[in-house]
Design a protein around this ligand. Structure first.
Ligand code: PLP
Length: 406
């Protein structure tokens, strides 16, 4: 057999449906000159959300200091700033050495799973999920076992479902809080129930908290690590969303709680961290600036702020469309509406978003792209400007007035 196969056989088992035929089609349409309205990716910068000026200024000021590699976990000032952030939030047992910077959270999701998962290990992952988690579990040789987040309960994780899905091979549970794609924010009681299950079953907790700053309506984000001093928790965070600098690739991973039983795992993480040498040093220089002082994102999330007003618009407009129901998001900038699949005869949600793309040139992501079990959801990123959102919702209304899947 030729060794120049099309794709590694390992990758054949990896599900990463958000990069599928719909995106290919949108790119094809764009190349042929069609203007596509993209409501498919959580990337604030192209929609007029500029990075804070102070960040750009400090980045420029540090170019000369950043020409060489850094410590593989990151520069001291950045890790110290993250450590101090942890102190203010109440993370237990976090020292500078417990912090790893990464080229975005994405790199660290892959790293923390590669270091843990052996073939056949099971990792509990939410459904719907941010699909990189599922893909990285598979890539590491494990099985992502999806637990349900319950739409009827504000999209909170269903703790009974979590309990049912634990086996002798379950090593860890993943949480995404605040959540992509649902925009949910988990209350303390739900987090405590998950901690209890993790404690009783000896599970590591991975908590993806990249949207921790992006919370609305006076709600407060509770990092699960603060509720679990006796467990080993890995929390992931970064600046892509809160500081509108997804392109700078700034993320980090925090190890907290009881590390006494995971020494080998931490050695593995140190090795993996060294194997990529270090994360982008120039980008690390702005972590200290970003985490301290005035947080410009706060204004975007208050009444009158763009994210808040766009959330209000999209939620109120969607719930008026016949055949759509929707839970109001409390955080991040995503909404995950439900379609009445009987009414529209929908069996394939990917076909649904493809049909919408062809007719109205608006790009969405189908629910099963987030490993959701049924073809009855889609996700909207509500970052584009209000006029564009109005066009998208008006188009959806017209589209659904006659849509019946063949
Ligand atoms: N985690 C979640 C839940 C996300 O939604 C995203 C990006 O959309 C990421 C991680 C990746 O972020 P980064 O830009 O830090 O790689």
């Amino acid at each position: 057999m030729s060794k120049f196969v099309e794709k590694s056989t390992k990758l054949n088992d990896v599900s990463y449906d958000v990069r599928g035929p719909v995106l290919d089609e949108a790119e094809k349409m764009q190349k042929s000159g069609v203007n596509i309205l993209k409501l498919n990716i959580g990337n604030p910068a192209p929609f007029g959300f500029e990075a804070p000026y102070e960040i750009v200024k400090d980045l420029i000021a540090n170019v000369r200091n950043s020409e060489g590699y850094s410590d593989s976990k990151g520069i001291f000032s950045a890790r110290k700033a993250i450590m101090q952030y942890c102190q203010l939030k109440g993370f237990p047992n976090v020292d500078v050495d417990d912090i790893y910077t990464g080229n975005g959270v994405s790199e660290l999701i892959n790293m923390c799973l590669q270091g843990l998962v052996d073939n056949g290990d099971e990792i509990l992952v939410p459904m719907p999920d941010y699909p990189l988690w599922t893909a990285c579990v598979s890539l590491a040789g494990g099985n992502a076992v999806h637990y349900v987040c319950d739409e009827a309960a504000e999209w909170y994780p269903d703790v009974d479902d979590i309990k049912k899905k634990i086996t002798s091979r379950t090593k860890a549970i993943v949480l995404i809080n605040p959540n992509n794609p649902t925009g949910a924010l988990y209350p303390k009681e739900v987090l405590e129930a998950i901690v209890k299950v993790a404690r009783e079953n000896n599970l590591i907790i991975f908590s993806d908290e990249i949207y921790d700053h992006l919370v609305m309506d006076g709600n407060v984000h509770v990092p699960i690590a603060t509720l679990a001093p006796d467990l080993f928790v890995v929390t992931l965070g970064g600046l892509s969303k809160s500081h509108r600098i997804a392109g700078f690739r700034v993320g980090w991973m925090i190890l907290s709680g009881d590390k006494s039983k995971v020494k080998g795992y931490i050695e593995g993480l140190n090795m993996l961290s060294s194997m990529r040498i270090c994360s982008n040093v120039l980008s690390q220089q702005i972590i200290q600036t970003a985490l301290g002082g005035y947080q410009s994102v706060d204004d975007l999330l208050l009444p009158g702020g763009r994210i808040y007003e766009q959330r209000e618009y999209i939620y109120n407009a969607l719930k008026e469309i016949p055949g759509i129901s929707v839970v109001k998001p409390k955080a991040a900038f995503y909404i995950f509406p439900k379609l009445d699949i009987k009414k529209f005869n929908i069996r394939d949600d990917e076909q649904f978003v493809l049909d919408f793309l062809h007719q109205y040139k608006v790009l969405l992501v189908h629910g099963r792209g987030f490993n959701w079990h049924s073809p009855d959801h889609f996700r909207i990123v509500y970052l584009p400007k209000m006029d564009d959102l109005k066009y998208a919702i008006g188009s959806m209304e017209k589209f659904l007035a006659t849509y019946k899947q063949k």
